[in-house]
Design a protein around this ligand. Structure first.
Ligand code: PLZ
Length: 453
């Protein structure tokens, strides 16, 4: 009988920025050559540095640079990179069960994660959940279940939406390049509606929520027919689209409209969920209770896991074995999720997100006052963005965005971009980032704007 080697903890990684080579350094340069030779050219590359180790809010590259993580692996490691509870749970779990397939021979971790999802998602009604591997797979399953329950075909989605890269989720996603170009034909019965985008709206800001809602409800009634609509699917704050925060009142109106017409209201909380915006979920901000909530990313502290949580009557409407997948709710990912969710509770990470949001928001608004290239600062909690424009206009300024990102990278601060018009800089720090590190990174960002010609 074999025994497993016990795990030896690594020494802590100092939570400080330290740049010791040009970025990318020589080892990363060499690795990039191998990457180019071995991996599909269709894969994007945001930061040309290879990472060797991560902890908290620091990514250490193979040249020994300590970089500040302002992206959390696209909003995933909310509990910090290589969070202790996640690491310990994963190591312990993989020694016990790596895989059985939940629908073949079940294990408790899956059930425990679903119990937590049922408890933590909005609403006190009876809920049930299903676990899968990725955000896109969760969105697909939510739509599948909504169609099965309602026996209706149509799905309503929005401008600037991002829901994934599978065939159905490409159809649900708004932006052609790079997500859809040349990958069609796409799934049918997907209807796109205008998204209220306060910064770029032409109508009166005071009536934007109502005006948008009226146009959308009218179009759903006249163009699709409410009786044909299975689901309205929306990100409560749009992620890849550029952290577009809909005006207050819009989401509640949409959700009420859905309820009135027997349409399933699905919140895609893949990027906004798990304390990111200062609450468990972004819809909590206006007390919207969706019929279904889709989660992924932050749920498991870096392990692949996603969930669909919904009203029990909807989730139970599917015939036995109609849902599943080999790896969905893998035991190791579930153990990671249990660790991550525990950590969110223990470390009060929703409050921490609000605190980070305060510091970031203040600093970004101060920069906006100094640098006319910053058209808008927006977001909620630790999900903040700035939209860059040509000064004095609202014309997108992609060049300025690229220069700022490049400057920050050279100083060891990794920041992501977003936006339909490729002109948004988004901040998604791990929620455990220290105030010192946060202020250091924001200082570098300020320098980057000052250096713009
Ligand atoms: N819904 C709201 O943000 C993933 C995409 C990264 P998966 N966003 C990051 C990339 O370039 O592929 C996302 C999201 C929202 C769904 C998804 C899809 O989640 O886990 O990437 O499938």
């Amino acid at each position: 009988m074999s025994t497993h080697p016990s795990h030896t903890p690594l020494p802590a990684l100092a939570q400080e920025r330290r740049v010791v080579t040009a970025i990318p350094g020589p080892k990363s340069q060499e690795a990039l050559t191998r990457r180019a030779a071995a991996t599909s050219a269709g894969l994007g590359l945001t930061f040309p540095v290879f990472i060797e180790r991560t902890q908290g809010a620091i990514l250490q590259d193979i040249d020994g640079n300590s970089l500040i993580d302002f992206g959390s692996g696209i909003g995933v490691v909310n509990v910090g990179n290589s969070n202790d509870l996640v690491v310990n749970n994963v190591i312990e779990q993989v020694q016990k069960i790596a895989h059985t397939c939940f629908t073949v021979a079940p294990y408790m971790g899956y059930v425990e994660v679903c119990e937590l999802l049922n408890e933590l998602t909005p609403g006190t009604h009876k809920k049930k959940s299903l676990l899968v591997n990725s955000g896109a797979e969760a969105v697909e399953n939510a739509v599948k279940v909504a169609r099965h329950f309602t026996k209706r075909p149509a799905v309503v989605v929005f401008e600037h939406a991002y829901h994934g890269r599978t065939n159905l989720t490409m159809a649900l996603t708004a932006k052609n390049m790079p997500y859809k170009e040349g990958f069609g034909p796409f799934a049918g019965e997907v209807y796109r509606m205008p998204m209220p985008y306060p910064y770029r709206a032409l109508s009166n800001p005071a009536t934007l929520a109502q005006d948008s809602f009226e146009e959308i409800s009218h179009r759903i009634e006249k163009e699709i027919g409410v009786e044909n609509v299975a689901a309205i699917l929306i990100e409560p704050i749009q992620g890849e689209g550029g952290f577009i925060v809909p005006p207050k009142g819009f989401l509640p109106a949409l959700s009420e409209f859905a309820t009135k017409h027997g349409i399933i209201f699905i919140a895609d909380e893949v990027q906004t969920g798990f304390c990111r915006t200062g609450d468990w979920f972004a819809v909590n901000d206006e007390n919207v209770v969706p019929d279904m909530v889709v989660t992924a990313k932050g749920i498991a502290g870096g392990l692949p896991l996603a969930g669909v949580t919904g009203r029990a009557d909807i989730m139970d409407s599917v015939h036995i074995a109609g849902l599943g997948g080999t790896y969905g709710g893998n035991p190791v990912s579930c153990a990671a999720a249990l660790g991550a969710i525990q950590s969110m509770k223990d470390e009060k990470l929703a409050d921490r997100a609000k605190h980070i949001g305060q510091i970031m928001g203040d600093a970004l608004r101060a920069m906006q006052a100094k640098y006319p290239v910053i058209g808008e600062v927006r977001g909620r909690g630790a999900m903040q963005a700035i939209e860059l424009v040509k000064p004095g206009t609202k014309e997108p300024n992609t060049a300025a965005m690229q220069e700022v990102i490049k400057y920050c990278l050279s100083k060891g601060v990794l920041i992501l971009t977003a936006g339909t018009y490729v002109n948004v800089i988004r901040f998604l720090p791990p929620l455990v980032m220290t105030d010192d590190l946060l202020k250091d990174a924001l200082g570098v960002l300020d320098e980057a704007f000052a250096s713009l010609k």
